[in-house]
Unconditional design. Structure first.
Length: 102
């Protein structure tokens, strides 16, 4: 006899907590495996003289990692759609803005 599975509709709402810091990032490196995507958020500051000299010879600038998120690959299409939707609303409210890709 087949059992009927109950269906429940719900909305997930992030529960804010003062213990969770808000982190600023202006650079994101993305890597993936067959199972997930890793988003590494960094804060890029203007290089000082020493860093600039090192970068001229090594062609590398190190940026401090502020957060690293591992996201299952199944979430990526929804994440992309949500980012596009939010960015479209941002552009409608504030315009394309400086540094826009479009």
């Amino acid at each position: 006899m087949a059992e009927d599975k109950a269906s429940v509709n719900f909305t997930v709402v992030p529960e804010d907590s003062p213990d969770v810091p808000r982190v600023y990032s202006n650079f994101c490196a993305i890597q993936n495996s067959p199972l997930d995507f890793t988003l590494t958020f960094c804060e890029m500051l203007p290089p000082n003289e020493r860093q600039l000299r090192e970068a001229q010879s090594s062609h590398v600038v190190k940026a401090p990692v502020r957060a690293r998120l591992v996201v299952p690959s199944q979430m990526i299409p929804g994440l992309i759609a949500a980012l596009q939707d939010n960015y479209r609303g941002f552009q409608e409210s504030y315009g394309a803005g400086k540094g826009s890709l479009h």
